[in-house]
Design a protein around this ligand. Structure first.
Ligand SMILES: CC(C)(COP(=O)(O)OP(=O)(O)OC[C@H]1O[C@@H](n2cnc3c(N)ncnc32)[C@H](O)[C@@H]1OP(=O)(O)O)[C@@H](O)C(=O)NCCC(=O)NCCS
Length: 312
C-alpha cells in the first residue's frame, strides 16, 4: 500500500474519532527526515522520523530534550494498533543507529491524537509514557463550574516592575512541572525566563496579567493571540486559534479561586478578539493542572508519548 493510500485510510478513520482534529495529509519528507513503513496483515503504517536539536539556552529548551526524534504516523486497516506496533519496530531499529543509549538529553516522541487510542498499550509496552497533552477549549463552551469567586482577587496587566514576580511564578511553575517530566530545568533557567518575560511586560496590548490577592501579586496568566499562534494553529480544525502559554499561582494561594479567576479573564480576552478555540499544553501527571483545565472546559486533543532516553 502506498503512503497516499495509507494517509487516506488514516484520515477516514480519524474523521469519526474527533471533529476537532485538522486534516492529516500524506507525510512529506523534510530535510534530515527518515521515511518508514510497515504492514501487519491487512493493516499498514507509514511514518516519518524527524530529528531536531535545541541549544540549552534556547527559549523552548525547558520543554524538550535537547535532541528529539519525533515520529509522525499514519495508520490504516482493521488493526491500526498492529500497524503501529510494526512501525515502532522499524523505528526502534533506526533509533539504535542514531541515538546513544542512556542519554537523557535524547527523547523519542510520538504525538498522537488523544482519542485515537489503538496502539496505546503497544507504546506502553515499549517504554513510552503519555507525558504531555495539547488540550483544546472551543469558544462555545459554557461557563464552567468552579470555586465561588474569591473576594479580593484583582487582575491587572503586568507592568515593567512585575518582572521579579513573573519570573518567580514561572520558575515555581517550571519546578513543579519538572516533577512530571514535561519540563527540564537546566543551568541558566532563570536568565532564560527573565529574558523571555521581560519582553511581555508593560505592553500596550497586554499578553500577561497578574492576579493580586488583597494587594499581593500571587498569580499570573500568559497568552498568545491568534496572530501569534502560527506555530501551533495547524493542530486544530479552527480558524482563529489562541494559545494559553502558562498559568501559575503561588503555592500559598492555590485552591482558593485565583487560578479560576485568571483563566476566566484569559477566556474573556480571547472571546473579545473572536477566538474560535484555545489550545494549551499541560503535563498529564500534574495533579493540579490536569483536573483544573478539564474543569475549565478543556479536553485532550493530542497526547505526547515519550521515551527518554530515546534508546534506553
Ligand atoms: C493549576 C493552578 C494554576 C490552579 O490554580 P488554583 O488557584 O490552585 O485553582 P482554583 O483554586 O481556582 O481551582 C481549584 C479549586 O476550585 C475548587 N473547585 C473545583 N471545582 C469545583 C466545583 N465544581 N465546585 C466548587 N468548587 C470547585 C476546589 O476548591 C479546587 O481546589 P482543590 O483542587 O484543592 O480541591 C495552580 O494550582 C498552580 O499554579 N499549580 C502549579 C503550577 C501548575 O501546575 N500550573 C499549570 C501549568 S499548565
Amino acid at each position: 500500500m502506498n503512503s497516499h493510500a495509507i494517509a487516506a485510510g488514516h484520515a477516514e478513520r480519524l474523521a469519526t474519532v474527533d471533529a476537532l482534529l485538522p486534516e492529516m495529509p500524506a507525510l512529506e519528507p523534510v530535510e534530515g527526515s527518515v521515511s518508514l513503513s510497515a504492514t501487519a496483515g491487512d493493516s499498514a503504517a507509514a511514518g516519518l522520523s524527524v530529528r531536531t536539536e535545541a541549544g540549552p539556552d534556547s527559549v523552548d529548551s525547558p520543554w524538550r530534550a535537547l535532541v528529539e526524534h519525533r515520529l509522525e504516523a499514519r495508520l490504516t486497516g482493521p488493526r491500526p494498533e498492529a500497524a503501529l506496533d510494526a512501525l515502532l519496530t522499524r523505528w526502534d531499529e533506526h533509533l539504535k543507529t542514531v541515538a546513544p543509549p542512556g542519554d537523557v538529553e535524547t527523547a523519542a516522541t510520538v504525538v498522537r491524537p488523544s482519542r485515537d487510542s489503538p496502539g496505546s498499550a503497544e507504546l506502553l509496552r515499549r517504554g513510552f509514557a503519555p507525558v504531555l497533552v495539547i488540550a483544546v477549549r472551543p469558544a462555545d463552551r459554557l461557563a464552567v463550574t468552579g470555586p465561588p469567586a474569591t473576594p479580593g482577587v484583582h487582575i491587572r496587566p503586568a507592568e515593567a516592575d512585575d518582572l521579579e514576580t513573573a519570573v518567580g511564578l514561572e520558575l515555581e511553575l517550571q519546578r513543579y512541572d519538572a516533577q512530571f517530566g514535561s519540563v527540564t530545568l537546566r543551568e541558566g533557567a532563570e536568565e532564560t525566563i527573565t529574558a523571555d518575560l521581560s519582553k511581555q511586560l508593560g505592553r500596550e496590548n497586554p499578553t500577561l496579567w497578574i492576579a493580586e490577592l488583597y494587594g499581593r501579586p500571587l498569580g499570573m496568566v500568559r497568552v498568545q493571540f491568534p496572530g501569534d499562534t502560527a506555530w501551533i494553529r495547524g493542530r486544530v480544525a479552527a480558524e482563529k486559534v489562541g494559545y494559553l502559554s502558562s498559568l501559575a499561582v503561588a503555592e500559598q494561594a492555590r485552591s482558593s479561586g485565583v487560578g479560576t479567576a485568571l483563566a476566566a479573564h484569559a477566556h474573556q480576552v480571547f472571546d473579545e478578539c473572536g477566538t474560535d478555540a484555545v489550545l494549551l499544553h499541560h503535563a498529564l501527571a500534574n495533579p493540579r493542572s490536569t483536573p483544573f483545565w478539564y474543569a475549565q472546559g478543556y479536553r485532550p486533543l493530542w497526547t505526547y508519548w515519550q521515551r527518554r532516553p530515546a534508546v534506553p
